[in-house]
Write a protein that binds this ligand. Structure first.
Ligand code: BGC
Length: 385
């Protein structure tokens, strides 16, 4: 059986976000639209969850901090909650797990949203104040910082498609949000670097692999070029001088028929109907090589309640990541989405992305078979094909 080795010190982990797993985030803007209730009650069960990370041989963990918990009211920082996240970080350190912390993963304090959220440039002040406070508190406990998760997804869902809070359909606001997220990223990046020069800061960027529906059609090729420029490169180009690494969230492959119709073969689909197309991660990584930065796969996963696809999903994606590494793409880690089943945004609790199954009645955790498969890879740092 050929064995594919990964680089030394490769990070093997999983990813989560606060609102999706913690429970009790009643001060967040999402609460009024899609309440997550107690979710996985990770807020109280984090020790147990981190024990699973260790048992499953992972050496890294990506998670987020809920701003609305820490700053329930504008300007009032809650020391008790700051200590809670300190305990989380210390628990990871104690277990020798590298911590990647995201500052903004789709949810915001209600008061910030009421002020216009990221549509207003002057509101960046509040996000920066929160970010700086978090940095000052935890700078010695965090290994990697992600300022923003999937900015373009956030802006589109909230300001064009009316799906996520604040459920608007307004292209002007959409563009303002993007512009302000770019500004916020740069300002915070510079501030952190002034405080600590060797700090490592990135973004979690959702990039897709686009292909022409008809490879011989110049129109389809043009549509692919435009889609890729906008979706994959617009934001990155704006912040590329303010990045120490790129985090890639890879989920989608889309065949595009001119002008912008998506026509996928959909041979294998997950429980939420998303096509599984592992080779796309290879092309996406090759395409990111142009930035000349270290890359971490900050998310990649599949909704698969019965665990019928997950093992092969992981294996095939890792194969293509390995292949990109052989071709000199500097990939340094992989975070499977997600450690646990969790609250999948507007879709609620139905989609099951977890390596670990959660029984939402008893809150009992039970690793799926694929979790042990992944654990073997994490342990050996290689993939047996
Ligand atoms: C998001 C996660 C989400 C996952 C699966 C990513 O776009 O960052 O929060 O759960 O996709 O949909």
């Amino acid at each position: 059986m050929p064995v594919l080795k990964f680089p030394e010190n490769f990070l093997w982990g999983t990813a989560t976000s606060a609102y999706q797993i913690e429970g009790g985030n009643v001060y967040s803007d999402w609460e009024d639209y899609y309440p997550a209730g107690i979710a996985c009650d990770h807020y109280h069960k984090y020790q147990e969850d981190f024990d699973w990370i260790v048992k499953l041989n992972q050496n890294a963990y990506r998670f987020s901090i809920e701003w609305a918990r820490i700053e329930k009211e504008q300007g009032k920082f809650d020391q008790k909650e700051i200590e809670h996240y300190r305990k989380i970080l210390l628990s990871l350190k104690k277990r020798n797990i590298k911590a990647m912390l995201t500052l903004f993963h789709f949810t915001l304090p209600k008061w910030f949203q009421e002020k216009g959220g990221f549509t207003k440039q002057e509101n960046i002040f509040y996000f920066k104040r929160f970010a700086n406070r978090i940095f000052d508190e935890y700078k010695n406990l965090v290994d990697f910082w992600v300022i923003i998760n999937e900015p373009q997804v956030y802006a589109a869902q909230g300001y064009l498609l009316r799906i996520w809070p604040p459920k608007k359909r307004n292209p002007i606001l959409y563009l303002k949000v993007l512009r302000n997220l770019i500004l916020a990223h740069k300002i915070i990046y510079k501030g952190f670097h002034q405080k600590q020069s060797q700090v490592r800061i990135g973004i979690a960027k959702n990039n897709q692999f686009f292909e022409p529906y008809n490879p011989r059609s110049n129109f389809d090729k043009l549509a692919v070029k435009i889609a890729s420029r906008w979706q994959n490169h617009y934001f990155l180009n704006k912040i590329k001088k303010h990045l120490d690494f790129i985090g890639l969230n890879y989920y989608f492959h889309n065949k595009i028929k001119f002008p912008f119709f998506i026509k996928n073969d959909n041979k294998i689909v997950s429980d939420v109907g998303w096509e599984v197309y592992p080779k796309g991660i290879y092309f996406t990584l090759k395409d990111l090589k142009q930035y000349n930065l270290p890359i971490y796969i900050t998310e990649n996963g599949v909704a698969d309640k019965d665990d019928r696809l997950r093992e092969k999903f992981i294996k095939d994606h890792l194969y293509w990541i390995w292949k990109a590494i052989q071709e000199k793409v500097d990939v340094r880690g992989y975070f499977y989405w997600s450690l646990l089943d969790n609250f999948e945004w507007e879709k609620g609790f139905k989609p099951r992305f977890g390596l670990i199954e959660v029984d939402y009645k008893t809150l009992e955790r039970k690793p799926r078979k694929s979790a042990f498969y992944y654990a073997q890879i994490c342990k050996t740092n290689h993939l047996a094909t």
